[in-house]
Design a protein around this ligand. Structure first.
Ligand SMILES: [Zn+2]
Ligand SMILES: [Zn+2]
Ligand SMILES: [Zn+2]
Ligand SMILES: [Zn+2]
Length: 359
């Protein structure tokens, strides 16, 4: 079994999460790699409601076997609407892959210097207009003030209701630079080896406290908060949510328990850590760009939901695991980016008739 890298989220100064530093991150706007060929609303359209999905996270994962993948980032998007979130159905998710050679028209050949004032000009604004709400390519402007651009009508409406109305009528005000309130909270995504010493370093107390917090959040999610339950009961409830014989879930739990706050598992070419024996994909579609095979690259864990701001999670945004499969050859997308495959797996308790996915 290969080494698995696991990902955690951390607070971080905003400048470090900009395109010029090739970040892995959660929330805020996407830090595009290719600053010119920016995906638009139609590239991340929710399969249910048709609105653009919102940026969830990105993983910077260069592939050194080939110069064309010297820089390589995978972006994940999700629709925020709870009604679009269905058990074992990835229709509310979109994944895009972008890559660049070491020599490219956007960034210097040598690695960036890690300081705030280093090349602040390396931004997407220099090349194209992006949506004031979500950071996708923005073909239209507010017709009245012409100061802000949008990817679609629906984001213009959201912005109007959440502050642009006031700004638009006041010529002295400039659009805010901070991430739009509509987006998920912005955090850095850091990875380390699953078996590294460092990750075992934390004191027992802290570890215990974190676990209690996880359990509490789970209780909130499952509607059990507010009732006094012993730890054993909660574990019992969790176990009852799946078949007694689901060894896959038992394995999932024991792996996750080692690092309870992991939000990501990265194992390019390896196997996903599924949450249940039910509803695993029996076939991964070929790469839409080159027709070649796809392979597992990484998965997003349910713990990430804890960092997305309570409201959306309470409203019903949910997943067990999101497993992401990408082109084995990491082929060069003609338009600068291409779609990859995501499989959403949930725990649906005793439900036997699982809905089919539309991916
Ligand atoms: Zn939707
Ligand atoms: Zn937008
Ligand atoms: Zn305006
Ligand atoms: Zn391909």
């Amino acid at each position: 079994m290969g080494e698995v890298d696991i990902g955690f989220v951390e607070e971080c100064e905003r400048w470090r999460l900009q395109s010029r530093f090739f970040p892995s991150k959660v929330g805020g706007e996407p830090a595009w790699l290719d600053l010119k060929n920016v995906p638009g609303a139609e590239d991340v359209q929710c399969g249910t409601c048709g609105d653009p999905c919102v940026f969830l996270c990105q993983v910077y994962a260069p592939y050194f076997a080939n110069d064309a993948t010297f820089h390589r980032t995978i972006f994940v998007f999700v629709c925020k609407k709870s009604e679009c979130c269905k058990d074992n159905d990835g229709g509310n998710l979109k994944v895009l892959r972008e890559q660049l050679g070491r020599k490219n028209e956007f960034y210097p050949f040598d690695a960036p210097e890690e300081r705030e004032d280093w090349r602040p000009d390396l931004t997407v604004d220099k090349w194209t207009k992006t949506c004031h709400v979500c950071g996708l390519s923005a073909p239209s402007k507010c017709a009245k003030c012409r100061k802000v651009s949008y990817c679609c009508r629906s984001h213009q409406v959201i912005d109007w209701k959440t502050g642009h109305k006031e700004m638009c009528n006041d010529p002295s005000r400039k659009p805010e630079d901070s991430p739009h309130k509509f987006l998920f909270p912005e955090l850095e995504l850091i990875t380390e080896s699953e078996n590294s010493e460092d990750s075992e370093d934390e004191g027992d107390e802290m570890e215990k406290e974190k676990r209690e917090m996880e359990k509490y959040k789970l209780m909130v999610k499952t509607g059990k908060a507010g009732t006094l339950q012993s730890e054993k009961d909660i574990d019992g409830d969790l176990m009852n949510m799946v078949d007694d014989e689901d060894e896959v879930f038992t394995e999932f739990r024991s792996r996750v328990d080692k690092h309870p706050d992991q939000v990501l598992r990265y194992d390019r070419g390896g196997s996903p850590l599924y949450i249940s024996a039910d509803h695993q994909p029996d076939h991964i579609p070929k790469c839409e760009e080159c027709g070649g095979d796809r392979q597992f690259e990484f998965q997003i864990m349910p713990q990430l939901l804890n960092y997305l701001g309570c409201l959306d999670v309470m409203k019903g945004l949910d997943w067990g695991v999101l497993t992401i499969f990408t082109c084995k050859n990491s082929c060069i997308p003609k338009s600068g980016y291409c779609s990859e495959f995501v499989w959403k797996q949930d725990i649906v308790g005793q439900k036997k008739n699982l809905p089919k996915t539309n991916t």
